[in-house]
Write a protein that binds this ligand. Structure first.
Ligand code: FAD
Length: 397
């Protein structure tokens, strides 16, 4: 959020939102209590769910928006459904709605979309690791392909995760667990965790390098190993992965499409933001964007930037971000990531099948699979709900 020298806090105040510690836990309730403020014009960079949702709520409160979206046809960003002939579709981006995602569920209901249970578990699915194949229910056998320490042998990825990462969480008090929801952690335990990656926590819990690879490929967390431990702890604490999920009938992209349909000012497509500017003297903010090869400028009282960090890292910002912000935005180097890769595949078949992404017994399978379904989801023409997660773990050299 940029505007003159102003911050997100100022923006929320100006809109009349009380900036308190509870913001983020029930933001819609807080918004509902806001008195009508003076209308402002907001430039929004990006028409993903964040940009669309912000525009929707701003317009409902009498403000106006200019939404600049780089893509020429797709709104929704990472909520992206691939559509095939015969009404078939597969999810290339978001596909599961966890129980704890109350905001998503609010908009799904409000915009007249339907949820149905997401097929998350299938003990008969196959897992391939280091050239071996086993049913998910027999995943423990795949541990033989890894040089596990004696105490780690015979354990499933789930067991190894529970005995290390979850154990660390269980050692925290209720107050410390609540701290995962705070913008700035207050307790020393969570502050310490906030400086660690998932990998570092596993290492601190004496999980061997081979076991870290086995559990991370088995649970589909291999791409998250270098992410903040607190994020994974927060999800673990909220039981995100052990509760059931739902999905939007007809495809996830129905949500951003429904949001965009409600907007008075539709997203301007094919407008790639290349520069963000603030003019503190005039109290204005602007985005310079490229449209059909020409540079243009959109100015507002505020600018709301919803661009993903890898994009933002390449966007000019004037005046520049602070050093701390630059470091947070800069793409991370990830040395030492094991030779694992993950891909989604979208198998198509004639019948809808009751099997889906492989997961382990406790319900955790964080990797995402692309799902292929018919729009109705249940007819004879519908196809598989099979989501394949192809995890490949290189043999030890
Ligand atoms: C493979 C995958 C699976 C996922 N699965 C789930 C799931 O099951 N459940 C779940 O809750 N979440 C899931 N997520 C996460 C979820 O999709 C994202 O958290 C969410 O969609 C992010 O929305 P956003 O608006 O913040 O960002 P984005 O969706 O990234 O939106 C940013 C927008 O900015 C646009 N843009 C980029 N550069 C520019 C530019 N220079 N100028 C103008 N516009 C630009 C983009 O085109 C995009 O439309 C998944 C994500 C991925 C990638």
């Amino acid at each position: 959020m940029i505007h003159g020298l102003l911050s997100r806090r100022h923006f929320l105040r100006r809109l009349g939102v009380a900036v308190g510690a509870t913001l983020g836990t029930s933001p819609l309730a807080e918004l509902a209590a806001v008195a009508a403020p003076t209308p402002v014009h907001v430039v929004i960079a990006g028409a993903g769910l964040a940009g669309l949702c912000a525009a929707l709520e701003l317009e409902r409160r009498g403000h106006t928006c200019t939404i600049l979206e780089a893509e020429t046809r797709h709104v929704g960003g990472r909520a992206r459904t691939l559509r095939f002939e015969g009404g078939l579709y597969g999810e290339a981006g978001a596909m599961r709605v966890p129980k704890s995602h109350t905001l998503t569920r609010h908009y799904v209901a409000e915009l007249g979309l339907t949820l149905r249970p997401f097929v998350q578990s299938n003990p008969d699915a196959f897992m391939f690791m280091r050239g071996r194949r086993e049913r998910v229910r027999d995943v423990t056998r795949l541990g033989a392909a890894y040089g596990l320490a004696a105490a780690e042998q015979g354990k499933s990825p789930e067991d190894l995760w529970a005995a290390s990462f979850v154990k660390r969480l269980q050692g925290l008090s209720n107050e410390e667990r609540q701290d995962f929801l705070a913008v700035e952690p207050r307790t020393e335990a969570v502050r310490a965790l906030d400086r660690l990656s998932v990998r570092r926590v596993l290492e601190a819990e004496s999980v061997s390098a081979e076991a870290i690879e086995f559990l991370s490929v088995g649970l589909g967390v291999d791409t998250l190993l270098d992410d903040a431990a607190t994020e994974a702890m927060r999800e673990e604490s909220q039981a995100v992965w052990s509760q059931s999920f739902d999905e939007i009938v007809g495809g996830t992209d129905r949500l951003p499409a429904a949001m965009a349909a409600q907007l008075r000012d539709k997203p301007r497509m094919g407008c790639e933001v290349v520069r963000l500017e603030q003019d503190p003297l005039r109290g204005k903010a602007a985005a310079v964007y490229r449209e059909a090869g020409r540079l243009r400028r959109a100015e507002g009282d505020f600018l709301l930037c919803t661009l993903p960090f890898p994009v933002l890292a390449r966007v000019e910002v004037e005046p520049g971000f602070s050093g701390a912000k630059r470091r947070a935005i800069r793409p991370r180097e990830r040395p030492g990531i094991p030779a694992t890769t993950r891909r989604r595949a979208t198998p198509r078949c004639r019948r809808r099948r009751a099997f889906s992404s492989p997961r382990t017994a406790g319900g955790r399978r964080r990797g995402a699979g692309r799902r292929c379904r018919s729009a109705s989801g249940a007819s004879r023409r519908s196809v598989t709900s099979l989501a394949c997660i192809l995890s490949w773990s290189a043999p030890a050299s």
